[in-house]
Design a protein around this ligand. Sequence first.
Ligand code: PHE
Length: 456
Amino acid sequence: MSKLKRASFGSKLGVVLATAGSAVGLGNIWRFPYMTGQNGGAVFIMIYVVCVLLLGIPCMVSEFIIGRYGQANTARSFRKISSGTAWMLIGYMGVLTGFLISSYYAVVSGWCLEYVWASLIGKLQGNPDYIRTYFETFSQDPVRPVFWTLLILLATYLIVEHGVRDGIEKASKLMMPTLFILLLIIVVASCMLPDAQKGIDFMFKPDISKINGDVFLGALGQSFYSLSIAMGCICTYASYFSKNTNLAGTAIQIGVIDFFVALLAGLVIFPAAFSVGVNPDSGPSLIFITLPNVFQQAFNSIPIPYLGYMISVLFYLLLSMAALTSLMSLHEVSTAFLQEEVGTTRKRAAIIVTICCLVIGIFCSLSLSSLNSYQLFGMTLFDLFDFVTGQLFLPIVGFLTCIFIGWFVPHKLVRDEFTNLETLDNGRLFHVYLFLVRYVCPICILFIFLHQFGLI
Ligand code: PHE
């Protein structure tokens, strides 16, 4: 197996679009707007940008270094770079985090598919109570969410099974530009609504009085989540980069793309919400309850036939595509792991991962309905996964990765990967990177971690 030439992305564009595909997901279109809505609008966005620059991008570069150096799945890459010391456990933890999160990410991605279907057949029309009940009935149904989870996992399987170049890269090259175009169309429609300016002001006129510790920590966590850090995805994809890929440059490009998609998603949601007088601070239900209402009210008042209908279909379609490209990267973490560690074929590895994700996904989904009473530490399985992966593993893996790269991996190795053996003229940037990854990132992550447990 190892004698075969390892798969790789075919072009620079492929590298950027596939990695951006992992980063751009529900986090950008669902989580970012509701976090912005809850945390004071423009102020949150400003702090978020700082977090992406100081925390997200350096962490991403660190994972790039490990993955490209290792040329293997996340666990093996950590094993190689740590020469088999205990640090390699971070790699295994990353793979486990990626695997666990893929199951429940698949469930929420399935919800997006249901909403494409529902808006397509005109079922998302009705008064606000109807829309709320629709979501509650659907998410608690024992069968329908499972069906959509199965479908999105099947789509993910078909792409991943085709390999890095013919599957992941091709799909990303198709879906990412489509997603971007759809988003732009809806942004234009949304910003032309009456009173849209209020929403735009909310996003761009900072109210300094809104700054507090929670805003800061929320932005920090969001930057991590949105850039797919600490789940093995970035590391796995980097193992398919070529030795000429400029790691820092690529990370900056991904950071910029990811931020712009989030910003555009905000420019869809806030102008539309403000134009009908809805407050966009409803939290996670924003996308599935508030938004169908907002789209209906806002666009049905415009005398263009079927505008509200079309916007709704296109929006959920792009949301599903964003979810799918992220799910692909999560799936790939475990597929590459199985393929290389167990020594099986890609197809077989992908099938096993899909089945395991489906089984866990079914339990996650049912934990919102019939298995609701089975709880651990007072949480349903769905919430438990969210908690263990997002609030426990993610910060631990991120923190340890920074400490490991910043303090324990030989300086020369890190520098050689960063500068592509001194062929890139970015020696100065390297010093900035090293400073951030040694001091700023670990301290910030430690803060989030302690804060969420109420310790500071
Ligand atoms: N970054 C993705 C998003 O914004 C979520 C994700 C996290 C995907 C980790 C893969 C790995 O939705």
